[in-house]
Design a protein around this ligand. Structure first.
Ligand SMILES: Nc1nc2c(c(=O)[nH]1)N[C@H]1C(S)=C(S)[C@@H](COP(=O)(O)OP(=O)(O)OC[C@H]3O[C@@H](n4cnc5c(=O)[nH]c(N)nc54)[C@H](O)[C@@H]3O)O[C@H]1N2
Ligand SMILES: Nc1nc2c(c(=O)[nH]1)N[C@H]1C(S)=C(S)[C@@H](COP(=O)(O)OP(=O)(O)OC[C@H]3O[C@@H](n4cnc5c(=O)[nH]c(N)nc54)[C@H](O)[C@@H]3O)O[C@H]1N2
Ligand code: SF4
Ligand SMILES: [Mo]
Length: 872
């Protein structure tokens, strides 16, 4: 079967495959722009979305199935997967196999995976990376509303008079939502924005008030808010009495142990005036939205943190109203779709529960399922523990990279290496997880795959294919159905087109409706194939108002929402050995484990090496220098990274991005350091608060290396792509490599240019092929090597011109060009030096900078940095 391209060469409307904002875009494969008609973005795109075409191309793609190192046919690979799964199931029962999937799957892939595992294999051992991402919010919604529903929509942020952003670096992680907010704030400066985050992030740029709360203290903050609202007669008694339960117990819990407001402020690490200002604004502003993300979810009490926020909204009757509501924003492009179809191990499908006998019967009947699971399956962290223990003997991992993204990641890797059968479906050929695979299956990537996704505001949009499938790559749903057939379930998995799967899913939501849930797509159950092709973005529940729970009728049995008493958080645990708290999260221009954004050289211009951020004062205490190196250590593992000063961090805080993997550097997988501590209700790991220690690391030599080679075995290396074939490496180490060692890093060459000053420890090599083209470049020195990186990168694969040799050895053409510093505006590649020049010529505002050098005038993601630049 080969994917056919319905509109080859014609512009196709699709959806960005990165964050949960779910922006619409239009592309024909050569050009790409935001879709002006998409309700999420109205034509805007951020830098990741606008550089999508740069990440395509067949290089580095997984193009055919593999068993071990052997390339095999699909028939052979699918037979092998099915035989191995069948054997384990027969010998050890269905709970000895598992699927581990992803919020980056399409709804159709997800639906089929869940149906196969829970309905037909007969185990609920299917979990998803949404466990690491949204599962605390899922439980918080279920506890409060009786259903996992985000009541509001993005427009609420524009209608609100107060927007509270907590645990969210919206400017970098949900840039188009941030831009919509920024535009509204400009239009209506009286609108208030409060950012709650222990770090001063780019998001704080919009804030009227930043509360740099102590990590993990959000329950105390929102409990305090509830007590304040009550004390100041700001609760909506009529709403509470008519539509909720649990207020009195929740308030009693919130008041328990609460002393003075000054005492609370001190506990939270905030100025009392700031705390009271936030409480006053919240009390006084009917149109308030509280948007929350991983600073809330990824904590040991993430579920309670979500409920503490929702409590404050229920107490003021601010749920599902225009411009008012709690708003859990989703991370991945289809995190929401996965929650709808039931991708988590502790839910059934279409918002129904495994342990509810009536739900169970309804789903078994709908699917004609012979063996529908009755018990919850293993949640992500426990699933990998069971793989380690050998009780789960075969696992199929689809569209996620657990060797990098799960806590105690080194343990996860060891567990997979020791596991009998690891099947990995991915679209690229080289990941830390694929390295552990016994069987690798090539998947279609964005631009090739075809189906639906649901964004943070419940809008279902189409991802459409506009590119032919490369090599043997196939849709994930197809591979799942092929294995299902081989396991003996051909009738239930006889799909030929994603539209069939979507119709079945839409029909199935009739069960949700039957049980009083909001999820309802039944109007699409009879969608024709062409209706599916022409689908325009639509929010569920179809045909009703924009918001859920506007009528204050909730999805619980009695129709009332619940306020949930939330105990105060555990105190921070720091010890003399691990005196710091390591926070982790996202960068503006990278996506997760960089398998896709890491293909676009441009997206490394913002940050090109793995790093830890630390406040300058703390750095001085630990003997660290800006741009130097540090070892970061925790109880679970360690990393070797560069040091960046950030005065937006608290004194005890460290921050590391989650993006760097073993494909891009020697040792900087942040999850090797994060211990596997989880929320008791949701099983979501606490990624944000790891007790840690830092110390300087002083290399004795530095290196810069360009070419097509693999990473040399040295203490420190980090690489970025130069183009589809070449890398640029930064190197550093303790013992200076001798000539035999460093020559082995370089490819075979016809000619060499060399420069050595062995006494000073300086070595330069340029490798040339027989056409005098440069195939590799190396410099080693006791001090950091400076070279004109852009010029050097451009020299690769080019012939050396006469008179160029000296410059080439130096790594600089000597044309007087100066180093302009790092790129601030990725879209137009505007560097710090150019910004400085613009300021010198009189630019005083961000828009004047834009007029002068175009910085910030495309996607706008760099505007917070531009503002800081102008301010400095
Ligand atoms: N550029 C980019 N965008 C992305 C992604 C990406 O990889 N790159 N990934 C997407 C995905 S899957 C997700 S889940 C989202 C995540 O989006 P966000 O949650 O916005 O991103 P994070 O950087 O993980 O963390 C958010 C903030 O929580 C703060 N925080 C840490 N501890 C606490 C605390 O105790 N209390 C409070 N209030 N805040 C705290 C951190 O300092 C951080 O600034 O981003 C999505 N968008
Ligand atoms: N320390 C720390 N750890 C974290 C977080 C944090 O904030 N801090 N955040 C957590 C969160 S919120 C998340 S969402 C996770 C993300 O972590 P992961 O899900 O592990 O990260 P990705 O890089 O998105 O992995 C997706 C993989 O699927 C592949 N892929 C892409 N599209 C397709 C497709 O259509 N089909 C198939 N078969 N493969 C595809 C990609 O090449 C890539 O290898 O990380 C979590 N881990
Ligand atoms: S905000 Fe950026 S990454 Fe997120 S969906 Fe829109 S274009 Fe894609
Ligand atoms: Mo996520």
């Amino acid at each position: 079967m080969r994917q056919t391209i319905p509109h080859a060469g014609e512009p196709v409307r699709s959806t960005c495959p990165y964050c949960g904002v779910g922006c619409g875009l239009i592309s024909d494969g050569d050009n790409l722009r935001g879709d002006p008609d998409h309700p999420a973005n109205r034509g805007r795109l951020c830098v990741k979305g606008s550089s999508l075409l740069e990440t395509l191309g067949e290089h580095g793609r997984l193009l055919s199935p593999r068993i071990g190192d052997r390339t095999v046919s699909w028939e052979r690979a699918l037979d092998e997967v099915a035989e191995r799964f069948r054997r384990v199931i027969d010998e050890h029962g269905p709970d000895a196999v598992a699927l581990y999937v992803s919020g980056q799957l399409l709804t159709e892939d997800y639906y089929v995976a869940n149906k196969l595992m829970k309905g037909f294999i007969g185990s609920a051992n299917i979990d998803t990376n949404s466990r690491l991402c949204m599962s605390s919010a899922v439980v918080a919604h279920k506890r409060a509303f009786g259903e996992d529903v985000v009541p509001g929509c993005y427009q609420d942020l524009e209608l609100a008079d107060l927007v509270v952003l907590t645990g969210s670096n919206t400017a970098w992680a949900h840039p188009i939502v941030y831009q919509r907010l920024a535009a509204e704030k400009k239009r209506r400066p009286a609108m208030k924005i409060v950012v709650i985050d222990p770090r001063r992030t780019a998001t704080c740029d919009l804030a009227d008030l930043h509360l740099p709360i102590r990590p993990g203290q959000d329950v105390a903050l929102f409990n305090g808010l509830l007590a304040w609202l009550d004390q100041h007669q700001a609760v909506d008694r009529a709403y509470l009495e008519a539509h909720t339960r649990g207020f009195d117990a929740t308030l009693a819990q919130a008041r328990d142990g609460l002393g003075s407001w000054s005492g609370l402020a001190a506990q939270l690490g905030l100025a009392q005036a700031d705390l009271e200002c936030f409480y006053q604004w919240f009390a006084a502003t009917g149109r308030t939205v509280t948007l929350f993300s991983q600073g809330i979810n990824q904590a040991r009490n993430g579920t309670d943190q979500g409920n503490a926020i929702i409590n404050a909204h229920l107490a003021t009757g601010r749920v599902g109203r225009p411009g008012a509501g709690p708003f859990s924003i989703t991370g991945q492009p289809n995190a929401m779709g996965g929650r709808e179809v039931g991708g988590l191990a502790n839910q059934l499908a279409v918002h129904l529960e495994l342990d509810n006998p009536a739900h169970h019967q309804a789903v078994a009947d709908f699917w004609g399922a012979p063996a529908l699971a009755r018990r919850p399956g293993l949640m992500a962290v426990d699933l990998f523990r069971a793989i380690e223990a050998g009780t789960v003997k075969a696992v199929w991992i689809i569209a996620t990279n657990p060797v990098d993204s799960l806590p105690e990641a080194d343990r996860v890797r060891a567990a997979l290496r020791a596991c009998d059968t690891v099947v990995v479906s991915d679209c690229v050929s080289d990941t830390d997880t694929l390295e552990c695979a016994d069987i690798a299956l090539p998947a279609l990537a964005w631009g090739e795959k075809d189906g639906t996704v649901t964004n943070s505001e419940r809008v279902i949009s189409r991802q459409r294919s506009f590119l032919a499938a490369p090599g043997e790559a196939r849709p994930d749903w197809w591979a799942l159905c092929q294995v299902a057939k081989r396991l003996g379930f051909a009738d239930a998995f006889d799909y030929r087109h994603p539209a069939q799967i979507f119709r079945e899913y839409a029909a199935m939501t009739g069960l949700a409706r039957r049980f009083g849930k909001c999820l309802d797509l039944t109007a699409a159950a009879a969608l024709t194939d062409s209706g599916y092709q022409q689908w325009t973005p639509r929010r569920w529940p179809f045909g009703e108002s924009e918001r859920c729970f506007s009528d204050a009728r909730f999805s619980t049995a009695d129709g009332r929402a619940r306020l949930i008493p939330c105990a105060p958080p555990p105190a921070e645990c720091r010890s003399a050995e691990l005196p710091l708290t390591l926070n982790s999260g996202r960068l503006r221009d990278q996506w997760h484990t960089m398998t896709r954004t890491g293909r676009a050289p441009m997206l490394f211009s913002h940050r090109d090496e793995p790093f830890v951020e630390i406040a300058p004062r703390t750095a001085a205490r630990f003997g660290l220098e800006q741009g130097g190196y540090a070892r970061v250590r925790s109880a679970a593992g360690e990393a070797l990274v560069k040091v960046r000063f950030d005065d937006g961090l608290a004194e005890q805080a460290l921050f590391m991005p989650l993006h760097w993997t073993d494909r891009f550097t020697g040792r900087a997988r942040v999850d090797a350091l994060v211990p596997a501590l989880t929320d008791p209700h949701s099983g979501q790991p606490a990624f944000k608060h790891t007790p840690a220690m830092i110390q300087p690391w002083q290399p004795r030599w530095h290196g810069l290396l360009l070419g097509a080679m693999a990473a040399p075995a040295v203490d420190y290396w980090a690489r970025v792509p130069v183009d589809a074939h070449h890398w640029r490496y930064q190197l550093a180490g303790q013992a200076m490599p001798d000539e035999t060692t460093f020559m082995a890093w370089l490819p075979e060459a016809e000619h060499w240019l060399s420069l050595d000053d062995s006494a000073a420890g300086h070595h330069r090599r340029v490798a040339l092929d027989r056409h005098n083209r440069i195939i590799a470049w190396l410099a080693l020195a006791p001090e950091p090597v400076h070279a004109n990186l852009e010029w050097l990168a451009g020299c690769l694969a080019q012939p050396v011109a006469d008179g160029q040799r000296a410059g080439l050895l130096l790594g600089d053409p000597g044309d007087g060009g100066v180093d302009l510093g790092v790129v601030v505006c990725t879209c137009f590649q505007v560097r710090e030096g150019q910004l400085r020049a613009a300021v010198e010529q009189g630019a005083r505002t961000v828009s004047e900078l834009g007029l002068s050098c175009r910085a910030g005038t495309n996607c706008g993601s760099c505007i917070p940095e531009l503002k800081r630049f102008v301010a400095d």
